[in-house]
Design a binder for this molecule. Sequence first.
Ligand code: GRF
Length: 188
Amino acid sequence: MKQIAVFASGVGSNAENLIRYFSERPHAGRIGLVVCNRADAGVVERATRLDVPVAIINAADMQDADAVLDLLDRYSIDMIVLAGFLMMVPPFLTRRYEGRMLNIHPSLLPAYGGKGMYGRRVHEAVIAAGETESGITIHTVTDVYDEGKIVFQARVAVTPYDTPATLEEKIRDLERIHFPRVVEEFQC
Ligand code: GRF
C-alpha cells in the first residue's frame, strides 16, 4: 500500500479531499502525513480533524536534509503530493523522490505557470488575457517551478461572464473530481 505525504500551505481543500478519498480506498494508498510550512494554515486543522499526523516545517528547517528525510522515512513515505505548497522544494527532496512527486497547478501549463503564479493570481491573469479556456495540470516535480512531465490535464471553458472568483470555483471542481484518482493511478 502506497504511503503518501501531502505538502500544503493553505486552506487544504485538496489535502482533505485526498485524505477522504484514500480513507475510503485503503488498498489504493494512504495519506500518512501532511507537511505544512505554516502552523496557522487551514490544512493543519483539517488534517488533524481527520486524524492525519501533521509536521510543521518552516523554511529554515526544510533545509535540514537529514531531519526531513528521517521524518519521511519514519512514516515510510513512498510518494509526495504537493497541493498548494508555496515553498520551493529543496533539491535533496526532488532527487530522493524523483518520479514520485506530483504537483497540481490551477492552469493549463506551460501557460500561467512559474514563480509568483499561484492561487487567485493565476485566474486573474487568465481572465485579463481574455482566454476562452483554462484548467488544471498535474505534473511531476523538478527543481524548476511548474515544470516536469505533465501527467494529466483537464479543461474548462472561460466565459465572458467569468470573474477570477467564478473561474476559481470551476477549477476547484476539476481538482476535486480528478486529483485523487490521478494520484491513485500514478505509477511510481
Ligand atoms: C489549488 O488551487 C491548487 O491547484 C494550487 O493551490 C490551490 C490549493 O488550494 N496549487 P487548497 O489549499 O487545496 O484549498
